[in-house]
Design a protein around this ligand. Structure first.
Ligand SMILES: *[C@@H]1O[C@H](CO)[C@@H](O)[C@H](O)[C@H]1NC(C)=O
Ligand SMILES: *[C@@H]1O[C@H](CO)[C@@H](O)[C@H](O)[C@H]1NC(C)=O
Ligand SMILES: *[C@@H]1O[C@H](CO)[C@@H](O)[C@H](O)[C@H]1NC(C)=O
Length: 241
């Protein structure tokens, strides 16, 4: 797996400032680059209907999925908002995500985009309930901690602990904190898309957490973000309370 190196701390802070002023920028996206639909064809019409449906179904609970049309033009899609995000922030995130994704992946029959607050994915393929191993990326804070060995094991401890909580809840979401030495605290978040079973959520999070050495070894903050689950840890509080 190829780590992507694109998110130094100062860029993140700048992004956070800009988010407040301008609305959020996407974290990342993937176009499938494998199959295209024709402009103004049935697939596009179905995709538009799907996006309208998700715009209404996702915000109330933070998760929604739907499929529209008949083969070979059937489109499957889902949206997920971060577990702590209000319905109104969820709604604006999904509203931004659709045109942005369509702009970034014109005519692509499958694509996915992530923001801090939401993820939006569609495909010609019935992917519901399957762990997405295709679309995954890493982010990390470029700053190192002073004692990586101890820190890495604390990160793993916290993430394993909240992963266990997450897959035992219907929201497949959990956050937690761990007091480190001195006045420092570690904050973590894990979440799965709710089309997954509890067992698949566990499997997805276990696999993401096992990527820790590749994404975030000794880093002050990090994320493994996939189409079915993700985690994030930081040395500051980042979840809305
Ligand atoms: C899909 O369309 C894009 C441009 O619209 C093109 O670059 C790409 O090669 C096409 N992909 C396939 C698989 O046809
Ligand atoms: C698709 O429809 C739009 C609006 O009706 C039109 O402007 C555009 O030229 C059409 N594109 C194609 C490729 O037919
Ligand atoms: C963090 O550690 C890595 C590997 O030891 C090193 O390459 C990198 O320059 C360090 N980053 C900072 C910001 O000190």
């Amino acid at each position: 797996m190829n780590p992507l190196r694109f998110s130094p701390l100062h860029l993140l802070s700048l992004a956070l400032l800009l988010q407040v002023v301008l609305g959020a920028d996407p974290l990342y996206h993937f176009c499938s680059n494998s199959k295209n639909y024709t402009s103004n064809g049935t697939y596009e019409t179905n995709l538009n209907k799907l996006m309208d449906s998700l715009y209404y179904s996702v915000p109330p609970t933070g998760f929604g999925l739907d499929s529209v049309g008949k083969d070979p033009n059937r489109v499957y899609g889902l949206g997920l908002c971060r577990g702590d995000v209000s319905s109104s922030d969820c709604k604006s995130c999904i509203a931004d995500a659709n045109p942005e994704l369509r702009k970034r992946c014109p005519n692509d029959k499958e694509a996915i985009i992530w923001y801090d607050y939401c993820l939006l994915k569609y495909s010609y393929d019935d992917f519901f309930g399957e762990i997405d191993t295709k679309y995954i990326f890493y982010m990390w804070n470029t700053q190192n901690v002073s004692d990586p060995t101890t820190f890495n094991s604390k990160v793993r401890e916290l993430l394993n602990q909240i992963a266990t909580q997450a897959y035992h809840t219907s929201k497949l979401y959990a956050t937690g904190e761990l007091v480190l030495g001195g006045s420092e605290k570690l904050y973590g978040l894990v979440q799965c898309t709710r089309d997954l079973s509890s067992a698949s959520c566990k499997k997805c999070l276990d696999s993401a957490i096992s990527d820790l050495p590749y994404c975030c070894d000794g880093k002050r903050g990090g994320r493994v973000v996939g189409g079915s689950c993700n985690f994030r840890y930081e040395l500051y509080a980042f979840v809305n309370s």
